[in-house]
Design a protein around this ligand. Structure first.
Ligand SMILES: [Zn+2]
Length: 95
């Protein structure tokens, strides 16, 4: 992961630090979500396990919403999601 980032032609001072939404820690460890697909859905003889790689806070274990796959994110609050997207574009919106 970090090697891939180094190969990008982007100055790191132009990037934004990602911190844990719960405790503010900036170190993450790789973890795995497992989703189970019913055999009725897959048409196989057994339920299928689908691993999804995510990053979890190394201190409190929290997984930020932004690390979740899009389809899982939709289960969370939609308004929060829109706010995050706008922040990523660097817009300041005043009401
Ligand atoms: Zn944390």
């Amino acid at each position: 992961m970090s090697q891939q980032q180094m190969n990008l032609n982007i100055s790191l001072d132009k990037t934004k630090e990602v911190t844990c939404e719960k405790c503010g820690n900036n170190v993450f460890i790789e973890g795995m979500l497992l989703r189970k697909a019913s055999r009725l859905l897959t048409g196989t003889s057994q339920d299928a396990l689908i691993p999804i790689t995510v990053f979890a806070c190394s201190k409190c274990g929290n997984v930020n919403d932004e690390f979740l796959p899009f389809q899982l994110k939709q289960q969370t609050n939609e308004i929060e999601e829109i706010e995050v997207e706008e922040k990523n574009e660097g817009k300041i919106i005043k009401f």
